[in-house]
Design a protein around this ligand. Structure first.
Ligand code: MD3
Ligand code: FE
Length: 203
């Protein structure tokens, strides 16, 4: 079994935190949220993952209460906030009652999709980010706060893993250099990888 690990202060990996039934329920929820799309950057770049946002609409330069296709912003469900508080409490070993995420970014990784090294700086809160992984295993690269280059640590994220990024790790560079296609349990019924991150927008 893979042990719980604190990669850096505030960066805690809890392998296999979600049970299989919970993973299936999360996959079903992710399927039900409409509007996955490739995010485009102000500079014209396009992300290879497809993303849907709950609670707010995310632009790579900020959050908005309106989408750019006129569709309403999807609600951030209470049960997802509850799940995030439980995950955060288990990762840090202390109550997380005051943690109130209001945004979720749901990323879908088709085969061979990657995400380059970046910092998450669009939120105006330094509250922790809670991440849930589903489906195919990926290589997650956890770096430093100074640059997207070394030093960094590569860790596999498997379906059901939770990762929390708070404290000094909240502004670390990170990315997904590889997804390992075909590693998902067929019984999960997901081809590819889903990642859900919970955030406090601070707005
Ligand atoms: C470390 N997502 O959506 S989750 C993202 O697997 C993002 O989809 C990746 O990076 C994914 O922005 C990585 C783990 C993660 C999420 C947010 C972080 C790590 C983080 C914020 C700060 C530091
Ligand atoms: Fe990120």
């Amino acid at each position: 079994p893979r042990p719980r690990a604190e990669l850096a202060p505030g960066a805690v990996h809890v392998p296999d935190w979600l049970g299989f039934d919970e993973q299936r329920e999360l996959v079903a929820a992710c399927r039900g949220w409409p509007g996955y799309r490739h995010t485009t950057y102000p500079n014209g770049g396009v992300m290879s993952v497809k993303t849907v946002c709950l609670g707010w609409h995310w632009y790579p330069n900020g959050y908005s209460r309106t989408t750019d296709d006129g569709k309403p912003v999807l609600p951030f469900p209470d049960w997802l906030g509850d799940l995030g508080r439980r995950a955060l409490a288990d990762a840090y070993g202390e109550p997380a009652d005051g943690y109130e995420p209001d945004t979720a970014l749901v990323n879908f990784y088709a085969a061979k999709t990657k995400m380059g090294q970046h910092q998450d700086k669009d939120e105006r809160s330094s509250a922790p980010v809670v991440s849930f992984s589903l489906g195919d295993t990926c290589v997650f690269r956890f770096g430093n706060t100074e640059s997207r280059n070394k030093p960094y640590t590569d860790v596999e994220l498997h379906s059901g893993d939770v990762f929390v990024f708070g404290g000094p790790s909240r502004y670390a560079y990170h990315g997904v250099p590889k997804t390992l296609s075909g590693t998902a349990d067929p019984a999960l019924g997901l081809t590819g990888r889903l990642n859900i991150t919970l955030r406090v927008s601070g707005l």
